[in-house]
Design a protein around this ligand. Structure first.
Ligand code: NAG
Ligand code: NAG
Length: 554
């Protein structure tokens, strides 16, 4: 049918108007999830399942819901259900973190630990005015998960993702003591929307109530969550000292309720080390236990050992103070066969020690020189820095948990490790960690220093013997001096400190630190080479008095 031009025009604009009316709601529902994964089933027909889980939990009481990084409009049908169902809904206002900031700004390689140039500081992560949002019982947050466009690849090291997670955590923790009468131990919840879910370093998998597709419902353990929000936003600052923590309101309310919950119980905390695949660190583990005991620690000592550790060695280890638990070692999926780090993923077994709330793991090539019991106040994962944005996995505080263990063992196949070892893997799994002073895990390494003694600071907590281990040298000097590619690790002062632990331990334990003929032959070989090369430190000239040289392992 032919139309006159005017009518044609009119018709066109009417059509587009109708089109507009039709598409606006359509666009709203299309461009903003509900995502297709959500199944509308369950006891309350028509409602999203996450809502039903929540409704059942709060017993249909009227609660206050805070929306983070989303709003009623964006939530679409889900928002309406919330609003008309159980909740007063408020959108939480906050400024987005500066987009030019990168993960490295929050996890710098080096910080001024000794405050020579003042207190190190972290970049700002803006938070809402919490006092404007009192009594929030549920926080619903959309988490940015990277993926697509410029966000791609940011994944686990995304600053905006960190902001949203920290904001939710702070909101929930603060809802606990907004009441003027003191601590209200109210149960709170959080719902996360996004394929990646929340950061598991902050929201523990143990607290996950329900998950389907992009929807995650958590019922956080507020005591543990409080410990986390008291930490700095990154490793840009040291974790606060016990004294600094005690000054925080959250800490005070927290310890109060801990005392009420567990009166005068022995803390479920332990120092743990692990031996697998070889017996060459048995002596190291014995010295470690003795060093912890010599530092008057009050915590349990637990050693995980695989089947390569002989019955005789186990007797020695028990006698040194370790409670021994046998484990099956775990292969590193990224290591080459028979490589030195082939079985390093055995460390994941630490998370199976659920009879403890917290453990401080210490590698067997360290000794403790000062009581470290106070470090159990920190949450998972606390450690000293290594390089770049990474921590060193030789000493770390972890919180055992069944679901953490199973997540780690599942993910080990898909997540790469930069060095094929546990350290690389754990750093991908726990990108948000808390920095302990480097004197908690003092790496014995001296780059570009000529001083032959290579003194060690006297305020150390633990010394990490990189390079050849003290018990693999003569007692007289650090044999790292005799090898060109190991000399960065050489320090007679550190060496002597290890032998002090040896000297103070019972005879029956010392015999586990004998020299085998193979070890002896190796030391002598490198001594000869050092002499031939005429190394100027002249350690090769030292007259050897070490009795172990003559009394081989019994
Ligand atoms: C451990 O306790 C003993 C006895 O109370 C004390 O003599 C010693 O100095 C303490 N050691 C350390 C390292 O604090
Ligand atoms: C792996 O384990 C070996 C032996 O226990 C240790 O010497 C090495 O430092 C570990 N390597 C990594 C990358 O974790």
């Amino acid at each position: 049918m032919a139309l006159t031009p005017t009518r044609n025009k009119l018709k066109a604009s009417t059509l587009s108007l109708i089109f507009l009316f039709l598409t606006v709601p359509l666009l709203l529902t299309l461009s903003f999830p509900p995502k297709p994964e959500v199944k509308f089933r369950g006891s309350i027909a028509e409602n999203p399942q996450w809502y039903n889980v929540l409704a059942q939990e709060v017993q249909r009481r009227k609660i206050k819901v805070g929306l983070v990084n989303t709003d009623i409009l964006e939530l679409g049908e889900h928002g309406k259900v919330l609003q008309h169902g159980l909740a007063d809904v408020v959108t939480i206002d906050f400024d987005r973190v500066d987009e030019t900031l990168r993960w490295e700004d929050f996890f710098p390689e080096w910080i001024d630990e000794d405050r020579k140039w003042g207190q190190p500081s972290c970049p700002q992560i803006p938070m809402p005015r919490f006092e404007n949002y009192r009594d929030i019982g549920v926080v619903v947050a959309r988490v940015p998960c990277g993926g697509g466009g410029e966000g791609e690849g940011k994944g686990v090291r995304d600053v905006y993702r960190l902001q949203v997670n920290l904001l939710v955590a702070n909101m929930l923790v603060r809802s606990r003591w907004t009441n003027d009468q003191g601590v209200v131990d109210r149960t709170v919840y959080s719902v996360f929307i996004g394929s990646c879910g929340p950061m598991w370093e902050i929201f523990r998998c143990d607290d996950l109530l329900w998950h389907e597709g992009d929807y995650w419902v958590y019922k956080p353990d507020l005591r543990r969550l409080s410990q986390k929000v008291m930490m700095p936003v990154g490793s840009c600052k040291l974790a606060p000292t016990k004294g600094e923590l005690a000054g925080q309101k959250i800490w005070r309310s927290n310890t109060l309720s801990i005392q009420n919950a567990t009166p005068s119980q022995k803390p479920r905390e332990a120092y743990v080390t692990i031996l697998h695949s070889t017996e060459s660190y048995v002596c190291g583990a014995i010295a470690l236990a003795q060093s912890i005991i010599q530092a008057n620690s009050t915590r349990d000592l637990v050693l995980l050992a695989d089947s390569s550790i002989s019955a005789q060695s186990l007797r020695g280890l028990r006698s040194a103070g370790w409670k021994v638990k046998s484990i099956k070692r775990i292969r590193s999926p990224h290591a080459t066969r028979h490589a030195y780090n082939e079985w390093n993923y055995s460390k994941l077994r630490l998370w199976e020690l659920t009879e403890y709330d917290k453990i401080i793991f210490i590698d067997s090539d360290l000794i403790v020189v000062k009581n470290m019991d106070d470090f159990f106040i920190y949450p998972q994962l606390s450690a000293s820095g290594n390089d770049q944005v990474l921590f060193n996995s030789g000493v770390m505080l972890i919180e055992p948990s069944k679901c953490t263990f199973s997540t780690l063992t599942q993910k080990r196949h898909e997540i790469a490790s930069y060095n094929g070892g546990d350290q690389g893997f754990l750093n991908e799994m726990f990108t948000w960690w808390h920095r302990w002073p480097s004197r908690v895990n003092y790496l014995k390494i001296f780059e570009g220093e000529d001083n032959v003694d290579r003194d060690i600071p006297n305020d150390l907590y633990a010394i990490h013997y990189l390079g050849l281990k003290p018990w693999m040298c003569y007692r007289d000097y650090d044999c790292n001096w005799d090898m060109l590619d190991q000399r960065v690790y050489a320090s007679d002062a550190a060496h002597q400190r290890w032998w002090k632990v040896y000297r103070d331990m019972p005879r029956r334990l010392q015999k586990y630190c004998g020299l085998s003929e193979g070890m002896d032959a190796r030391i002598r070989k490198w001594r000869r080479k050092a002499k031939k090369a005429n190394f100027p430190d002249v350690h090769w000239k030292i007259k050897v008095r070490d009795l172990r040289k003559w009394r081989h392992q019994s």
